[in-house]
Design a protein around this ligand. Sequence first.
Ligand SMILES: [Fe+2]
Length: 299
Amino acid sequence: MEVTATPAATPVVKGFWDEATGSWQYVFHDPATMRGAIVDPVLDFDPAAAAIATTNAEALLDYVRTQGITLDWILDTHPHADHFSAAVWLSEQTGAPRAIGEKVVGVQKLWKKIYHLADDFPTDGSQWDRLLADGDSFMVGNVPVSVIFSPGHTLASITYVAGDAAFVHDTLMMPDSGTSRADFPGGSSADLYETLQKILALPDSTRIFVGHDYGKDGRTAAGETTVAETKAENIHLGDAPDEATYRKRRDDRDATLPLPKLMLYALQVNIRGGRLPAPEEDGRSYLKIPVGYFTPPAG
Ligand SMILES: [Fe+2]
């Protein structure tokens, strides 16, 4: 009997770049069924005024509505350190459920301590509709989505492989920018090395969509590369370093990097799934900053 190979599902992917944080946000959808998902949406935050805005999230929503996409999921790859997640706001607008990796409970425990949060702060991931484990899979229309546990940048990071598109967020970056830092609490360059090998083991033609880009040497910000291009040209991976070589490269670079400007603001929101702390008696939410817990890099 003749066996006909099913062509690889190829979702339509649209990237949205946030200039303030260099973040890439994505909407992918199955053109046959017009069902889709949002990956890593940004809620705007101005730290000087402690003001929230929904400019980025509204742009995502406009695109979804204009294209006629029915949203099945709002997905986060990890609790971000550089921006607030707009998952809750988008979920309120659309009714779509929110998911993240199941190890987020470890990140919640870690940061609960750093922020000295009250005992009743839940660290069971109940702030999300679904917690995803390594190997979990689900469908968005006809596009199969599978989850690869991808720790290193954080202990909870996951990659979403949707058909031929991998949303890797902070693991590797565009080829001229290398890989993502692994020095935040719960980060590990050893774990990141292992994660990168898993991503590089995807088919060479896999489209890779990265989480951050800041442009480089006059190049405008870009978010899409491939496994083949990464293997050949990524400045941290192109020479196929062994684990020790890679880790030294990563750790030496991390030692020079300042912490993200929004990290201490963002994590307390993102470990709540993208919600501000509960309002106080005056109806306003207050953020909490631990003083002296972190030290800036030397030099
Ligand atoms: Fe991140």
